[in-house]
Design a protein around this ligand. Structure first.
Ligand SMILES: Nc1nc2c(ncn2[C@@H]2O[C@H](COP(=O)(O)OP(=O)(O)OP(=O)(O)O)[C@@H](O)[C@H]2O)c(=O)[nH]1
Ligand SMILES: [Mg+2]
Ligand SMILES: [Zn+2]
Length: 309
């Protein structure tokens, strides 16, 4: 598996658990042909030139000497997330702070839609649990769980939830995502021994320290599996989603929808819509998500109508 890819070279995690530096075949040099997470065919450059690199971080592999392998071919990608580009991700760990900045729940619901659409499982981490009452984090965690989603509350500062996160990341390919300042890099540093992702203050006047995170680099977890940090974002549009399909990315609608009068119900103002009747007035997370659904539905319809213009 490719851990990272920069300028014609890649760090590749081999089946025996070692990391080696690989050169890309000419035809694979174009931007985007090989990305982190790709499964690849490699051949040795020459047996005498193949000292296996042990236990190093991917970035250390770059400093460790000449390439010992050549990447010949990229295997078909099971999933692909474009921004930042990463292949074969099992799950997106959506990191949303409980405070400082306050929970970005609309952005979270967008992220969940985008992940499910790409066939990647969402996993929610409500971060900075040390800054709020336990009851406030419980309300969100349990609310999202009621919607059929996995959620945990965590704090890199006091260690809350880190063991639970470790077991959820074990043996899987995960990427952290979420708004800038949510604590993604801090969390990664807490989960991966030896990781030193730059972290930043969110409200610096120069805005430096924001978006401190750039290229994708999958890091190995001590329990097996790999995880990557990613740069924070403030907006996420829902381009390319078919309006009729949007409801499938709200798992909590499925059972209610079977009670709607119309089979092709969009859960808007249709008469006899069970989804609306149950959720529109609900005051917790399911109600909020229903209102986000309505907002997203208008948005994807607009984008869908304009798709060829
Ligand atoms: N109180 C508290 N603060 C935290 C916690 N985790 C991170 N922070 C602080 O939140 C700020 C932002 O943390 P980062 O880890 O840089 O956030 P990020 O999500 O990586 O931000 P970008 O890289 O810009 O996307 C830093 O000042 C951290 O010290 C936490 O668990 N508790
Ligand atoms: Mg960061
Ligand atoms: Zn309906």
């Amino acid at each position: 598996m490719v851990l990272n890819c920069i300028g014609g070279f890649s760090s590749v995690l081999l089946p025996d658990g070692t990391v080696a530096l690989a050169r890309l075949r000419g035809k694979l040099r174009r931007q985007g042909e090989v990305v982190a997470g790709d499964r690849v065919w490699v051949v040795p450059v020459g047996p005498s030139l193949r000292p296996e690199l042990e236990g190093g971080e991917a970035s250390q592999a770059f400093a460790a000497g000449p390439a010992t392998l050549v990447i010949e071919e990229v295997l078909a990608r099971r999933t692909f997330l474009p921004r930042p580009p990463v292949a074969n991700v099992d799950q997106v760990l959506a990191v949303i702070s409980l405070a400082d900045p306050p929970p970005a729940l609309e952005l979270l619901d967008r992220l969940i839609v985008v992940a499910l659409r790409e066939g990647v499982e969402p996993l929610i981490c409500f971060s900075k649990a040390d800054l709020v009452d336990a009851s406030a984090s419980r309300r969100l965690v349990e609310g999202y769980r009621r919607c059929g989603l996995r959620a945990v509350a965590a704090s890199a500062r006091d260690g809350t939830g880190l063991d639970e996160l470790r077991s959820l990341l074990q043996n899987r390919v995960s990427i952290l995502a979420g708004p800038s300042g949510a604590g993604k890099s801090t969390l990664l540093n807490a989960l991966v021994p030896g990781a030193s992702r730059p972290t930043g203050e969110i409200s610096s006047k120069t805005r430096r320290g924001r978006h401190t995170t750039r290229a994708v680099e999958l890091l190995r977890l001590p329990t097996g599996g790999v995880v990557a940090d990613s740069p924070g974002f403030a907006r996420l549009d829902l381009t390319g989603i078919e309006p009729r399909k949007l409801q499938h990315y709200f798992p909590e609608f499925a059972e209610l929808a079977s009670g709607c009068t119309y089979r092709n119900c969009l859960h808007r103002e249709e008469p006899g819509c069970q989804v609306r009747e149950e959720l529109a007035g609900e005051e917790g997370v399911p109600g909020l998500r229903y209102r986000h659904y309505r907002l997203f539905l208008d948005e994807v319809e607009r984008l869908y109508e304009d798709r060829y213009s």
